[in-house]
Structures are given as C-alpha cells and as structure tokens.
Design a binder for this molecule. Structure first.
Ligand code: P6P
Length: 337
C-alpha cells in the first residue's frame, strides 16, 4: 500500500512553476529546499533548546547591538551553509551579518539573492515562546557587478518570500506571487506537507496587536485610531493580542484577520522592524493573501531601500482595519492643513 504523503513544499513549488512557467528548470524548488533543510535543522535545535546548552547568550552583540542568543548564531550558520551550497544563490544577507556575503560573484550563475532574519524574536527563546525564520528572495541582474545593489531592491521586486514559525508545530508559509500556501512539518518523515492551501487573510478581524507600552510616544492620529479599537466604536469589540515575536503575531493576523502595528516610537523614531528581512517579506505574504502593509504612509513594497539593516514602521493586516487606519492618517493630514 502506497503511503499517502500529501504534497511536500518542494513538490508544490515544482507544480506551481510548471503551471506558470512550463520551462521551469526546478532550480527554484532546489533553492527553496535549501531553506526548508536549514529550517528543519533550526527547528530541531529550538525543540531541544531547553535540554542542551544552546540557551543563553554568546556574550557577543550583532550589528543591531542586540545580545546574540546562541540559537541566533546557530540558525544563521545553518542558513548560510544550506543556502551557500545551492549553486544558484549568489548573495546572502542576514540580520546577523553587517555586510552581504557574496557566494557566487558571477550573476549569471549566482542568480538569486536571499535575505533573511535567521531567528526573529530570539529574545523570547529562553522563555519558550514562538520564534521564527523570515526570508526574502530576489533575482540578480545578470549583468550586475554590484552585489550590494543586488540586495537593495524594493519589496515589489521579490520573487518569493515567507517564514517558518517554530511553534506548537513547525510551519512554513510562503508566496511566489501566486497566492500564499502553508506547510506543516511532519517530524516523523522530516517533510513540510501542504496543510493550509491558498491562505486568505479575512477582510476584517477581531484582534489588534502592538506593544502599548510605547503609546505615549505614538503620533496623535494613531492614539485616536487605537481608542477606536478600545471603544468598540462601530459595535465591534476588539481584543488585544501581542507575543512580541513578529512571525507569531503576523501568522495569527494572517489566519484570523485584524491588524499588527509597530509605529514610530520615541525609542525607535523610524520604527523598530527591519525593511529588508522583516517588513518586505511579511508585506509580500500579506498582500498575496489579500491584506495590506504600509509604513503608515506608503506601501511597504514600494519603499526604495537605502541600507540592508534600515528600520521602518510596519502596519499590516486586514483590508478593513488598514483602510480605517489610512482614514485616520488622512484626517490628520487634512487637519494639519
Ligand atoms: P518590542 C523581536 O525582537 C522583534 O524584532 C520582532 O520579532 C517583534 O515584533 C518586535 O521586535 C517586538 O518589539 O519593542 O515590542 O519588544
């Protein structure tokens, strides 16, 4: 009797490619398998974190000035090595590395750029709260001689993006611009199996998600917007949910609807989240699922990047709540004259 495996992530991307690009070489599926392999390695370490000495800080700090957790470092090494040997990845860029890593200089061979946050939310590792890996994939200009320029492309140029959430189960969610699909890792066979085909973000939700300890320094219109959620202005009572791990907070918003907000604050006047490996990939997935992602003023995917680690405000979620936020912002602009 044949085991009924279901569709693996690699099979799914091959099927998608064949439907859309009949001459697809399967090299994209091979690239994706580098990400899924690395994330299986990371997931295994995250599950064991309480048992072996991978908890706690290494004592180093990264380019963000954040204390590097041992699993951060481990995850970064896993992604660099699993993607570095794919044979078609030319440039790798990571939250953990100040500069991009050029793997294959010739852009005709190293066709792709992969930008990633190896372990987002790592501050939550030691208290066993969900963390995630976020990735963004760009194509290099075949005539490029400038790896830095290959990396600093606006979000609408992404050819794929997604994340792996290390939670009660390990889940891969990604898009190649043809909708969003979710895969759950079956640890008994070590494969990500299609579990959430064609994910659509609900047009409206019942939850809002942000760190309200920063409320005093939010822009005035933003405080009025928040009050609307609390007052149940149109008869809809919203509840607040905040994990403090972007992948977990966004994944809930993707499946349940609602809104995730990280506006400018006194501590981070340009926003806290990073454009290239947090806001852009999350924004691509959100839009492909029918949601909206802005920095409060413009579409995230239209922002022209100036540096690899630049930070932006991020507002992302269901159409209804995001359009309401836009109306509050416009009223503010008109009031300001
Ligand atoms: P705060 C984790 O450090 C992170 O980069 C995101 O995963 C998360 O959404 C955000 O920061 C949480 O920031 O200021 O609320 O702790």
């Amino acid at each position: 009797m044949q085991p009924s495996l279901g569709t693996t992530a690699e099979q799914h991307i091959l099927l998608q490619q064949r439907e859309s690009f009949p001459d697809a070489s399967g090299e994209f599926s091979w690239l994706l398998s580098g990400i899924t392999l690395a994330c299986k390695i990371v997931g295994a370490a995250v599950r064991r974190a309480g048992l072996v000495d991978v908890l706690g800080a290494t004592g180093d700090t990264n380019v963000q000035g954040e204390v590097v957790q041992k699993l951060d470092h481990y995850a970064n090494e896993a992604l660099l090595s699993c993607l570095g040997n794919r044979g078609n990845v030319g440039v790798l860029a990571s939250e953990e590395n100040e500069e991009p890593v050029v793997v294959i200089k010739d852009a005709n061979h190293g066709k792709y750029v992969v930008i990633f946050d190896p372990l987002d939310g790592s501050g939550n590792i030691d208290v066993n709260i969900n963390v995630g890996t976020i990735f963004s994939i760009l194509r290099r200009d075949p005539n490029s001689k400038d790896p830095q320029g290959d990396v600093l492309q606006p979000g609408y140029k992404q050819i794929a993006a997604g994340y792996v959430l290390y939670g009660s189960s390990t889940m891969l969610v990604y898009t190649t611009g043809q909708g969003v699909n979710g895969f759950t890792l079956d640890p008994s066979i070590g494969a990500f199996l299609l579990s959430h085909p064609n994910i659509r973000m609900p047009e409206r939700g019942k939850q809002y998600s942000l760190n309200e300890s920063n409320a005093e320094s939010f822009p005035e219109y933003f405080r009025r917007f928040l009050y609307w959620f609390k007052s149940g202005a149109d008869g809809s009572a919203y509840t607040s949910r905040y994990v403090g791990s972007l992948v977990a907070d966004f994944h809930r918003t993707l499946l349940k609807g609602g809104i995730f907000l990280y506006p400018p604050t006194a501590k981070n006047p340009s926003g806290k989240l990073r454009l290239m490996y947090e806001a852009n990939p999350i924004g691509f997935v959100a839009e492909q699922a029918g949601g909206i992602a802005t920095d409060g003023h413009q579409r995230i995917l239209d922002i022209k990047p100036s540096s690899l680690h630049q930070r932006v405000p991020l507002m992302v979620g269901s159409k209804y709540e995001m359009e309401l936020l836009q109306r509050f912002a416009e009223q503010d602009k008109n009031r300001a004259g």
